[in-house]
Design a binder for this molecule. Structure first.
Ligand code: BTN
Length: 321
């Protein structure tokens, strides 16, 4: 089904609003005119505005503003990421779904949703996920030791920051995983992994990006520290193109992660870090550490120089400054 649908959409897009007859589409796809009509009906039900006239044929007037796999995959420049996409209008959490299917899925499969009702943030926090954002999970099978899985959080943060910077915004990364613009959070990343005897079976990279929401769409308790791409750019963003660009950038960074020394990623990450050099307070489940953030270790732990001049490495925590 997916392939034929995509081919009909592509043929209608290529025709650039000149009518394409059912017969022509049928010949192209090797199906009957009745089958073409059935596909057109299903596309219309999904929000594709397709005008049909019995004499002239079909004209594609507009495509839906949703993250449909057909739309994402058409023109996607990746070779690994997004070849398979599980799409949901509403889901509890894309990370939870991705973890359920990861064992039997190919590397690079995505789970994506228009809204999440039980979006999860780091350290058990809630992640608000209304319409207009990009809420997605990427299944990766890098075959690395578990202790290196957190490196992928840095890889994803770097890819998000890069793609936002390409739009002309000064995106920076707050340790460990927030991408911020002008000090406000626009993206969060939740990395979850399953491992056997220290080698990961899979990693689920959960990425949430505030794209087209207005600030009023974000609950008041989160609003002060948050922003969206639409607010920062002052215009609506085409989520499909943004996502295609992001997947391409993430794939480039992932290839670099697998083939180059990790110092390459780390240096690029450090160059965009919003945290290094600042006086910070990091809260972990057991204590609070204060001092100056002076670097990160190759596994992504934050290095803090404390008032007594000793250094401490923090693997995970909530960082405030
Ligand atoms: C954080 O900053 O605390 C991490 C937020 C991660 C949110 C994303 S949205 C897609 C994926 N599904 C989830 O439930 N969480 C992640």
């Amino acid at each position: 089904m997916g392939d034929k649908r995509s081919r009909i959409i592509k043929a209608l897009k290529d025709a650039q609003k000149t009518p394409v007859s059912g017969e022509e589409l049928g010949l192209k796809l090797g199906i009957s005119r009745t089958m073409v009509w059935k596909y057109i009906k299903s596309l219309q039900a999904d929000g594709y505005e397709i005008e049909s006239s019995p004499k002239r044929g079909y004209v594609l007037k507009s495509v839906p503003q949703l993250l449909y796999p057909d739309e994402i995959q058409m023109g996607l420049k990746t070779t690994l990421l997004g070849k398979k996409i599980h799409y949901f209008e509403e889901v509890s959490s894309t990370n939870s779904v991705a973890k359920e299917i990861a064992a039997s899925e190919e590397e690079g499969a995505l789970v994506i949703a228009e809204i999440q009702k039980g979006g999860r943030g780091r350290m058990g926090r809630e992640w608000v996920s209304p319409h207009g954002g990009i809420w997605m999970s990427v299944i990766l099978k890098p075959g690395i030791p578990l202790r290196h899985a957190s490196r992928l959080t840095l890889v994803a943060g770097l890819a998000v920051a890069n793609v936002i910077r390409d739009m002309g915004l000064d995106a920076r990364i707050k340790w460990p995983n927030d991408v911020r613009i002008n000090g406000k959070k626009v993206c969060g990343i939740l990395t979850e992994a399953k491992a056997e005897v220290d080698r990961v079976d899979y990693v689920v990279l959960g990425i949430g990006i505030n794209v087209n929401m207005d600030l009023k769409d974000i609950p008041e308790s989160f609003r002060a520290g948050s922003t969206t791409l639409k607010v920062e750019l002052g215009k609506h963003i085409r989520r499909v193109s943004f996502l295609q660009d992001f997947l391409f950038e993430l794939e480039q960074q992932y290839i670099s992660f697998k083939t180059q020394p990790f110092s390459h990623i780390l240096n690029d990450w450090l160059a965009l870090s919003d945290t290094i050099g600042r006086e910070v307070k990091v809260t972990t489940p057991s204590r609070i550490i204060e001092g100056r953030a002076v670097g990160v270790t190759p596994d992504g732990a934050l290095i803090i120089r404390k008032a007594d001049n000793t250094k401490e490495e923090i693997i995970a925590g909530r960082c405030i400054y």
